[in-house]
Design a protein around this ligand. Structure first.
Ligand code: CP
Ligand code: NVA
Length: 308
């Protein structure tokens, strides 16, 4: 049976192995052992991006090259999808050519429909519900920097969006306490929160939703934020700018974290809004290692999901 990666829950059992494989692949690449990694020789990956992307697109494309395969970037504007061909028919056709499909979608329902109709694995490259590939790279980064995951405290400050949803699930799976400070009405998805709390219960960690950034950040090992206006939320921009103002990650706020805390952001960042230059450019910030790790994490994900 094919294995999709639509939600963090899809890799609940495999997550520690995928993180370790990503760390191992990074080590091998740094040692120059490139040919050993070519486990996807002659394999092809279709990548449909409905929204812009820098990191996800480039890291998947380079990951396929380094694994010995080939990636095709497909914009709906240039596909028959843009002229009304259904996502279901697109899924059936692409499955006859390629070994997996990466999809960045506006709507989670479209992601599910593609996965349901594709006979090859589908990987969620971000939709309005989750961003699982980002979180595999994030957990890999935390493990590299802190040596472990279980028992740490992660504070997410800002919007309960796709990144927050996946991070909450990922933290619960690996046994890390997850605190989110967000304005009222901007909490993470209710169903996913219920699921994360259940998983946290099994792993011995906590999921806490608060409206107080200081409570979330107090003694945190990791402070994480993301944009206040995600792709697709642009018409709410004015309102969001006001509501999220008290949730900026700045020097005053991070004083409450542990002295050796790390600052993370999936990027792209809006400097001066959700995070100040002082914090994102500080010695505690690991945002560019985090961005680099997207490549190593994608390689581990592809090697696990595409049959070889
Ligand atoms: N973090 C992330 O997914 O970035 P891109 O939108 O550039 O892919
Ligand atoms: N939450 C952001 C993440 C971008 C990588 C968005 O969906 O736009």
């Amino acid at each position: 049976m094919k294995k999709d990666l639509i939600s963090m829950v899809d890799i609940k059992e495999d997550l520690p192995d995928i993180i370790n494989l990503a760390i191992e692949m990074k080590r091998r690449q740094q040692m120059g052992e490139r040919e050993i990694q070519q486990v996807l020789k002659n394999r092809s990956l279709a990548m449909i991006f409905e929204k812009p992307s820098t990191r996800t697109r480039v890291s998947f494309e380079v990951a396929m090259t380094q694994l010995g395969g080939h990636a095709l970037y497909l914009s709906p504007r240039d596909m028959q999808l843009g002229r009304g061909e259904t996502i279901a028919d697109t899924a059936k056709v692409l499955s006859r050519y390629v070994d997996a499909i990466v999809y960045r979608a506006y709507k989670h329902e479209m992601m599910l429909e593609l996965a349901e109709n594709a006979t090859v694995p589908v990987i969620n490259a971000l939709d309005d519900m989750e961003h699982p590939c980002q979180i595999v790279a994030d957990l890999m980064t935390i493990k590299e920097k802190k040596g472990e995951l279980a028992g740490l405290k992660l504070a997410y400050v800002g919007d309960g969006n796709n990144v927050a949803n996946s991070l909450m699930l990922g933290a619960a799976i690996v046994g890390m306490d997850f605190y989110i400070a967000c304005p009222e009405g901007y909490e993470p998805d209710k169903d996913l929160t219920g699921m994360a709390k259940k998983i946290a219960n099994e792993s011995g960690s906590k999921v806490v939703i608060t409206h107080d950034p200081v409570e979330a950040v107090k003694d945190a090992d990791v402070v994480y934020t993301d944009v206040w206006v995600s792709m697709g939320d642009e018409e709410e921009k004015e309102k969001r700018m006001k509501v999220f103002k008290p949730y900026q990650v700045n020097e005053e706020l991070v004083k409450h974290a542990k002295p050796n805390y790390i600052f993370m952001h999936c990027l792209p960042a809006h400097r001066g809004l959700e995070v100040t230059n002082e914090v994102i450019d500080s010695r505690n910030s690991v945002v560019f290692d985090e961005a680099e790790n997207r490549l190593h994490a994608q390689k581990a994900i592809l090697a696990r999901i595409i049959k070889h």
